[in-house]
Structures are given as C-alpha cells and as structure tokens.
Design a binder for this molecule. Structure first.
Ligand code: ZN
Length: 80
C-alpha cells in the first residue's frame, strides 16, 4: 500500500473540514475552505516537518487524520 495522499484538516477560522492532497500541499499548493473562503498553505520552513508527518502517516495508515492535525499547526492563512 502506497502513501495515502488524501487528508483533511479543520479550518483554523471556522472549523469547517478542508479536504486536501498532501502531495500537492507539500508542492506549495494552497487549499480553500469552502466554509469561509480562507486559503491555507504551508508556511515557509514547515515542509520538512510535514514531510516527516506524511512519512509517519504512511507507516501508521490507520491514524488517518493525524497528518492533517499535525500539519495544521504549520499552515499559513491567507484571506483572499
Ligand atoms: Zn473556514
């Protein structure tokens, strides 16, 4: 079983669920909250930490939400 790249986080502003692709996130893609329109992307310098979270997630595939939970603290918020 390969790395599962689909993940989800809770919007830091409205707690709506934001579905994201971890691989795209790591490549610099931002994802928009459908609840409030907030755009989130990785803040500079956090890619290595999130990458480690992704790798840990691959080993512990059952802990499905953990990537999002760990990654969410590294997000940069952008209001468009
Ligand atoms: Zn939101």
């Amino acid at each position: 079983m390969g790395i599962i790249m689909q993940s989800q986080i809770h919007c830091p502003d409205c707690s709506n669920t934001i579905h994201l692709d971890t691989k795209l996130l790591l490549s610099g893609q931002s994802f928009m909250c459908t609840g409030c329109g907030l755009s989130v992307s990785l803040s500079a310098g956090s890619h290595t930490l999130v990458q480690q979270a992704v790798q840990g997630f691959d080993r512990l595939a059952a802990m499905k939400d953990d990537v999002g939970k760990q990654a969410s603290q590294y997000f940069r918020k952008n209001r468009i």
